[in-house]
Design a protein around this ligand. Structure first.
Ligand SMILES: *Cc1c(COP(=O)(O)O)cnc(C)c1O
Length: 396
């Protein structure tokens, strides 16, 4: 069976598998446009396609089901993640939503207790109602995690580095637990991107992205992606994508594809800038703790070193002081913008307890360490001296 959203078996498709990463961001999974030789895939802003005679069509019938611009993006993420299939959705959450629809009432899912707030809300407020059972635990503790597996467990859902505590979870370790207990392993790879971490190579079955963040990278689109290699699972998720219909439009597919072409250059700078800022904060007398996996004393630095190629652009830190001080400081930045989201070219500052993670109850937040004096930075790709100066003036 030929499915148009897999890497095509033409010259471009086969070549995609052997390209190196930086070449893949630009060419991975892409097919030459035959009509006019356009270098970028055209934005096929169409809902439907003409048929020669009833049922005789070009492989494209209706844009919820198939769209060439979306397919170009789907092949790109498959190529980048060393996966066979890619699927694109209207948001990161709708990509997660599609994965949850694989399961039935009574099924159990184990996930990290330090999770993106929106994922937590989707699990606990929507899918729990439909009979899925979620068990949140510290996935860094592999022994404890394996003890939570029952004969109803179907999936482990992991995010690493976690949001906002920047904890590192051992994907390979979890994949061993999943393989020996016949569970699926899904990795939310939003914070790392395939530039830093390739979960498929570490044993993951499903990779999910909020492409809204680093992949699209310019804070101008909301989009979600899945990448996977198992044929049967891909059929099921494609069926869900088409049946539930949470697809992304051609324009957003195009913007994401354009963003991906510079992923490697942007990520390199995100990592370089974050390293300087993490070190600066670590030496500042008004800063209490800095959470960044590049520090040798970070709890899982060794795991980070082995599964990531660098330490990413995300840093969290606590200030010596209460919420009032934090409020004052987070409102005083001039280059950093106080906003939710992350992963764009511009630097952002966020207060998890009142912004991105407000949907998690306070008792839960306290347990995980999302204190009222915790600040999260998404370090952009501006000049590093401007960023450091901005932090200096805001804290002082
Ligand atoms: C933003 C985010 C999501 C949700 O993605 P949307 O595109 O906002 O729907 C999921 N996981 C992580 C880690 C995120 O940062």
């Amino acid at each position: 069976m030929y499915i148009s959203w897999t890497l095509p078996n033409n010259e471009g498709g086969l070549y995609s598998r052997i390209m190196k990463f930086n070449t893949k961001t630009i060419h991975g999974g892409q097919i030459k446009e035959k009509a006019y030789g356009a270098v970028m895939p055209p934005i096929y802003q169409t809902s439907t396609y003409s048929q020669k005679s009833p049922g005789e069509h070009s492989g494209y019938e209706y844009s919820r089901t198939q769209n060439p611009t979306r397919h170009a993006l789907e092949r790109s993420i498959a190529s980048l993640e060393n996966a066979k299939y890619g699927l694109a959705f209207s948001s990161g959450l709708s990509a997660i939503d599609a994965v949850m629809k694989l399961f039935s009432p009574g099924d159990e899912i184990i996930s990290t207790n330090d999770l993106y707030g929106g994922s937590y809300r989707l699990f606990n407020k929507i899918y729990a109602k439909f009979g899925l059972k979620f068990i949140f635990t510290d996935l860094r503790n592999l022994k404890q995690t394996e003890k939570l597996v029952t004969n109803k467990t179907k999936l482990i859902w992991v995010e690493t580095p976690t949001n906002p505590m920047i904890n590192i979870i051992d994907i390979k370790g979890l994949s061993k637990i999943c393989k020996s207990n016949n569970l699926l392993l899904a990795v939310d790879n939003t914070f790392s991107t395939p530039y830093l971490q390739k979960p498929m190579d570490l044993g993951a079955d499903i990779i999910m992205h909020s492409a809204t963040k680093f992949l699209a990278g310019h804070s101008d689109v909301i989009l979600g992606l899945l990448a996977l290699s198992n044929d049967e699972l891909a059929e099921k998720l494609y069926f869900i994508q088409n049946s539930s219909g949470a697809i992304c439009g051609p324009m957003d597919s195009f913007l994401t594809l354009r963003g991906i072409k510079t992923l490697h250059v942007r990520m390199k700078r995100h990592c370089e800038n974050a390293k300087v800022i993490a070190t600066f904060l670590n030496n500042h007398n008004k800063v209490d703790k800095v959470y960044w996996p590049g520090f040798e004393n970070h709890l899982n630095h060794d795991v980070a070193k082995s599964q990531m190629s660098d330490y990413g652009g995300m840093i969290s830190f606590t200030l010596k002081g209460d919420f009032e001080l934090v409020k004052k400081i987070t409102s005083s930045f001039k280059v950093f913008t106080l906003a939710e989201s992350l992963g764009g070219v511009e630097s952002l500052v966020n207060h998890p307890a009142t912004m991105t993670h407000a949907s998690i109850p306070k008792e839960e937040r306290d347990k995980i360490g999302i204190a009222d004096n915790l600040i999260r930075l998404s370090v952009g790709i501006e000049d590093i001296s401007d960023l450091v100066d901005d932090i200096k003036q805001a804290i002082n």
